[in-house]
Design a binder for this molecule. Structure first.
Ligand SMILES: [Zn+2]
Length: 460
């Protein structure tokens, strides 16, 4: 999807090509792209000459004779091709402006979400859809932006900044880049964004957009704005499209999540989230995760045990039916299941394929309802279930093998020796992705002492 720098690049590339060109005829191959009256569009524009091309946000304004203005939005895949004589028309041509000298301007759009609207100089800026586009970062001051952000208290800052009526010109790529540079977690609720944060957002948005405009925008995947005009800013992106790669600042792997449906890359370590957080406690069985969770609970945090949640999931009809048929049972029998899984790793995999998506859905629903308290989840198989990106902060709990063995024997000697507890726990492979590792090899007061810095950090 073209963003502000790409649209600016298109404008700069097109203007010298179309300036002074007179339209001799128009082919409208896909009438639905034209949102104003089609007959008027055609009859009024024939014989008119292009004088200027301007832009606001991602809207392009083509200025012609007799005060006419064509408003264009490229949406997802809209592109322009300038056709010199003898050029072939490329695929997905939807609207063609033929010029008196035999050349043409072709609008191409594979998905056809684009918009064309004929207006005039006196009215185009007051049209609803144009007027609701806010100022760009270059024209807006921090107090205006702070007020606009604050109108959306309960939304994530990323969602708010994508709203073009709050600030024009930041799309998915440049919001991720701006928030990374401003050290703000994209999921921070707008109500926790301070004036100082806003000043940083504005400053970084300007830097990012200016740099991208200088380099002609980012040509991502197949998007090419206009023939032979490719942006080069993609080489300068710090986080966008780099999930799991090391953060350029702290070298921890960048996280990927969805914020209101939009893919989002960020560093959970460098991008601080003010307000309530979601915390995961993970580690091998017997490492003492429950003791950590219990300390959080006593301090007034809302805590959840994902093993207990998983057990409750068997009550759901959709889960129960699938599990019964997988194990060929009439009723849920945990002992029977445990034995069957022990001898058949494949069965275990299939069971997890049923349980994990439901568990994720359930945990997500709790997180979505989060009010002003920190949420703490104990998730033994965090990495196995690929749930690590759902949390702001991951605590890994470790202990020495001898202490662990003692704990497990105490819990249930038979189970420990009969079952391969660690078979699916990929904790060691992902240890580096934890935000902090707690070595739990002492007593409770020792453990509390080790957690103290985390409580300090969470309550900033
Ligand atoms: Zn980082």
């Amino acid at each position: 999807m073209p963003e502000l720098p790409e649209v600016e690049t298109i404008k700069n590339a097109l203007l010298p090509l179309i300036k002074g060109k007179r339209i001799s005829s128009i082919d409208i191959l896909k009438p639905k792209l034209i949102k104003s009256d089609i007959d008027v569009f055609k009859t009024k524009l024939i014989g008119k000459t292009f004088h200027d091309l301007t832009r606001h946000g991602k809207y392009l304004f083509f200025h012609l004779d007799e005060n006419l203005v064509i408003i264009v939005h490229l949406r997802m895949e809209g592109k322009f091709q300038y056709m010199h004589r003898g050029d072939d028309i490329l695929s997905h041509a939807r609207i063609i402006f033929h010029f008196a000298d035999g050349e043409a301007l072709v609008y191409r759009d594979s998905r056809m979400f684009g918009l064309f609207y004929l207006s005039d100089e006196d009215h185009y800026q007051s049209l609803d859809f144009v007027r609701k586009v806010a100022k760009e970062p270059f024209d807006m001051n921090e107090n205006e932006l702070f007020q606009n952000i604050n109108k959306h208290q309960h939304l994530a800052i990323k969602t708010v900044l994508l709203d073009q009526s709050v600030l024009a010109g930041l799309g998915n790529i440049y919001v991720d880049e701006t928030l990374f540079r401003a050290h703000i977690n994209p999921m921070t609720k707008a109500k926790y964004i301070t004036l100082e944060d806003t000043i940083r957002i504005l400053k970084e948005a300007r830097i990012v957009l200016n740099a991208a405009i200088k380099k002609g925008g980012s040509t991502i995947k197949t998007y090419h704005s206009i023939d032979n005009v490719d942006g080069h800013f993609q080489n300068d992106l710090l986080v966008y499209g780099k999930a799991k790669e090391p953060c350029p600042t702290c070298h921890k792997p960048l996280k990927f999540t969805k914020v209101n449906g939009r893919g989002t890359t960020y560093c959970s370590s460098c991008q601080y989230k003010r307000g309530p957080k979601t915390i995961a406690i993970t580690g091998l069985y017997g490492s003492g995760k429950s003791s950590v969770r219990e300390i959080f609970r006593k301090r007034g945090y809302l805590t959840y045990d994902c093993d207990a949640i998983a057990k409750d999931l068997y009550e759901l009809k959709s889960v129960k039916d699938k599990v019964l048929s997988l194990f060929q049972m009439n009723e849920i029998d945990f002992n029977y299941m445990r034995l069957a899984i022990r001898n058949d790793a494949n069965l275990d995999k299939k069971l997890k394929k049923i349980l994990y998506p439901e568990l994720k859905k359930y945990v997500k629903s709790i997180i979505l309802k989060q009010t002003n308290r920190h949420l703490v989840f104990e998730v033994a198989l965090l990495f196995d279930a690929k749930m690590e990106d759902m949390f702001d902060f991951v605590i890994g709990v470790k202990t020495s093998d001898s202490i662990r063995e003692k704990r497990l024997i105490k819990r249930d000697a038979n189970k420990y020796y009969e079952q391969n507890y660690d078979r699916d726990n990929h904790f060691f492979e992902h240890e580096k992705e934890c935000d902090i590792i707690i070595i739990n090899d002492g007593d409770i007061s020792n453990l509390e002492k080790k957690l103290e810095p985390i409580f300090d950090k969470l309550n900033i």
